[in-house]
Design a protein around this ligand. Structure first.
Ligand SMILES: [Zn+2]
Length: 348
């Protein structure tokens, strides 16, 4: 993919200051920091199949939730669905702001989705579109960044100052908090660690490159590899769970079998963990995070995933034995990390 130009789709060049807060932007609804700090905000997580919304208080407690099916047909329809969800929640609570986590590249002004892989958003000014519909101040953030922020402020990394979050779901997402602030990069496209190349010339990726991490360490990769091996004798028990049909094997089935001690399933989850641990070691050489948080659907395998992650990390970390090592822990907010993080980002 061609890197987005710094000005593409950005209505106003709005630098983010070191605290992570955006300066006032002309053309958007006014954001009153005092009101935003104390009131209820709405966090939205736009997924490929559903849109989740939550009303969240300043301490990160979810006081109400609602979700709708995501219409896949047009950008407009998705925006209408997001607005409908917000208005539903606004009818039940007095909301002061909205944060939207969306899969895709979000510009530094936290307004425009420059590119979304699963929704027809191309340079889409999502902030303006939603503000016009709901009449509340809105900020937009990459969904993995929003989840990382949720875990950083209220979840598994709430004691850390620098953290790396890795989200293993359909793909592999990432979020980085550096010196207490979300690291967005120069153009808002940082921390796309799923596209870190781990195998030169390796498996082809949806991004157009070969050998990206998410082709080896995602839920999709786990299921694909497991199905491919399902006819081997070692997989007999798992195949029986799937009624003899490899195509019926899915992620939750593999993690459930692993949790019950099925050796084949344990090994499949461990392989994902090994790929992940090695990639985290490479990232630690650059970022030196104090804490690494692993989230997403596959992380529900818990220690069955995390132990191989830690083993591979320890074996690959540059300077091992001569430097402090980060804790590598499971996310604690579950699939609410995105909405909780987005709701908190609405305040900042
Ligand atoms: Zn890729």
């Amino acid at each position: 993919m061609i890197p987005p130009s710094p000005t593409t789709g950005t209505p106003v060049d709005t630098p983010i200051d070191s605290s992570g807060a955006a300066r006032p932007v002309a053309g958007f609804l006014p954001r009153d920091p005092a009101v935003l700090a104390t009131g209820l905000t709405c966090g939205i997580d736009v997924g490929g199949t559903k849109i989740a919304g939550a009303v969240v208080d300043p301490e990160g407690h979810v006081v109400d939730e609602h979700r709708v099916v995501s219409p896949a047909d047009s950008a407009d329809a998705v925006e209408d669905a997001i607005a409908g969800l917000i208005l539903e929640l606004a009818g039940r609570h007095e909301l002061v702001g909205v944060g939207i986590g969306a899969a895709g590249y979000v510009d530094a002004a936290r307004s425009t989705v420059m590119f979304a892989p699963n929704i027809a958003w191309r340079d889409e000014d999502l902030r303006s579109e939603v503000e016009a519909r709901v009449h509340l101040p809105v900020v937009v953030e990459n969904d993995a960044n929003a989840a990382a922020w949720g875990e950083f402020v209220f979840g598994a990394a709430s004691e850390a100052h620098d953290m790396l979050m890795v989200t293993i779901g359909t793909g592999v997402g990432g979020g980085i908090v550096s010196n207490g602030a979300l690291f967005r990069g120069g153009f808002g496209a940082a921390a796309e660690i799923g596209h870190l190349r781990v195998v030169p010339g390796g498996r082809i990726c949806g991004c157009g490159n070969h050998g990206c991490l998410e082709q080896y360490a995602s839920g999709t990769a786990l299921v694909r590899e497991t199905r491919a091996l399902a006819v081997t004798p070692a997989a007999a028990d798992l195949l029986e769970r799937a009624g003899g049909d490899p195509a019926r094997i899915d992620g939750p089935m593999i993690t459930a079998a692993a949790a019950e001690g099925d050796a084949f399933a344990v090994a499949q989850v461990a392989e994902v963990g090994t790929w992940l641990g090695e990639a985290i070691a490479s990232l630690a050489a650059v970022l030196d995070p104090g804490s690494v948080v692993v989230g997403g659907g596959v992380s529900e395998a818990g220690e069955l995933l995390l132990e191989p992650v830690r083993d591979a990390f320890t074996q690959q970390l540059a300077g091992r034995g001569h430097r402090p090592v980060p804790t590598i822990v499971a996310a604690s907010l579950g699939n609410r990390a995105g909405v909780i993080g987005a709701a908190d980002l609405a305040r900042r």
